[in-house]
Design a protein around this ligand. Sequence first.
Ligand SMILES: [Zn+2]
Length: 278
Amino acid sequence: MAASLSADDPLLKQTHRDFISGCHILHYHRVLDAYGHLSVRHPHHPDRFIMSRYIAPATISSERDLIEYYVENAEPVDPSSPKGYSERCIHSEVLKRFPDVNAVIHSHSEAVVPYSISGVPFQAAFHMAGFLGTQIPVFDIGKHYEPGDKKDMLISNTRFGAALAACFAPEGGDSSNEPAHAVVLMRGHGFTVQGPSIMDVVLRAVYTQQNAGIQTTALLTRAAHFGPGRQGSGEPGIVYLSEEEAEGATDMTRRSANRPWRLWLREVEAQGLYVNMA
Ligand SMILES: [Zn+2]
């Protein structure tokens, strides 16, 4: 048995159902392809979390595809569970570090990766991405390799996972268990986003990707009109959301998250590719 079967447990059943739909939505919106993953904290056991077995997120279809892990060490609760994702330590360490975080997504979005390698600061460019704020950390795994580590960029152990999770904490607030950032970019790899629920974290992932597209278009548009290298030469710069605007917009998206979620559910339910039997 991979995950607890939920026949007599409405809350766990709904969690499984939302988890599978969340994976489908993330694929439909191209936040995930064959790679990347969603996790959710177990609704009854906060020291456990749920992920899928080692398959593409679009093809997850029942609770038999799900595995429960311990937050402490990312090991499966049932040792006979099928193979899982090698990067599940991203999820375990973020969930361990921040008790109020209940869902995590890791994506290789091609719209976002350029901001992890170019030195161009990524920030909230429109109101649906206020949760990004004005400063988004970039995690560089190159600073955390030790002798003997395989340099394949993957967060394949709890040490790398803990270093990534620390980037969500406030500057200088190493012991804080309240995240200061919703999103952390990962150099040459992608991004990780945290949230209080599956619905919230899916919304954040989709709009993180949209924000990257908008910011890139703004940068290109500005350069095409004013010419490159003209920042500070008198022409207006790109106007991003202020700290206050980002905070206000974060509240707005949290209050209204049910609206896109219900649309996105209908979108994936209308596609033959996606099956949700949970
Ligand atoms: Zn990855």
